[in-house]
Design a protein around this ligand. Sequence first.
Ligand code: MTE
Ligand code: MO
Length: 200
Amino acid sequence: MGKFFQKLVGEDPLSGRVPPGQHLARGFPVFTYGDTPVIQPEEWQLRIWGCVEKEVVITWEDLLALPQHTFTADFHCVTRWSKLDVTWAGVRIPDLLAAVSIRPEAKAVMQHCYGGYTTNLTLEEFIRPENYIVHTLEGERLPVDHGGPVRTLIPHLYAWKSAKWISGLEFLPEDQPGFSERNGYHMRGEPWSEERYSDL
Ligand SMILES: Nc1nc2c(c(=O)[nH]1)N[C@H]1C(S)=C(S)[C@@H](COP(=O)(O)O)O[C@H]1N2
Ligand SMILES: [Mo]
């Protein structure tokens, strides 16, 4: 590699930030299967059940009473667009789950959404401290198209794992495919290793 080209690569602020097979999107596209459910914050509820000692229901008020963080993360859709440096605000998943007694047999989580969408991940992938449940995008109330009032954000996996209009967390003894995963997407979905589709 010539000196000039090396210098260019070294100075490219995006080098190493866009996973293989992805390009940068213009704006922030919306990607939704089916209709967009409209839920008011006051009626929003997150039910947590399955492999837990006691079922828990979290309301908008409960969510806002937990420790809040603003953070920036990259967003990678499996349909090949990425958006870098998106700023969100919300609650860390481990803080959300602090009041939930998860039973030792729990190995996976199914995220349930208003409107019926579901997506799964292992418990280990779900409870990472850089995962969030968010209510704010770029300093504004999360727009309904982007999953408002409340969605999850799992930055290290493809964006189909970041559930918009989240309504439930079901803890499971084994990893089960959700809506996207039953329709051909990968069970894990890690963008740097291009875990796009399942081998079925
Ligand atoms: N409930 C729900 N969550 C969802 C989806 C959906 O259709 N319904 N689409 C997923 C996909 S494929 C992507 S790329 C992102 C898109 O998020 P955005 O519309 O905010 O860009 O949401 C994910 N979460
Ligand atoms: Mo997507």
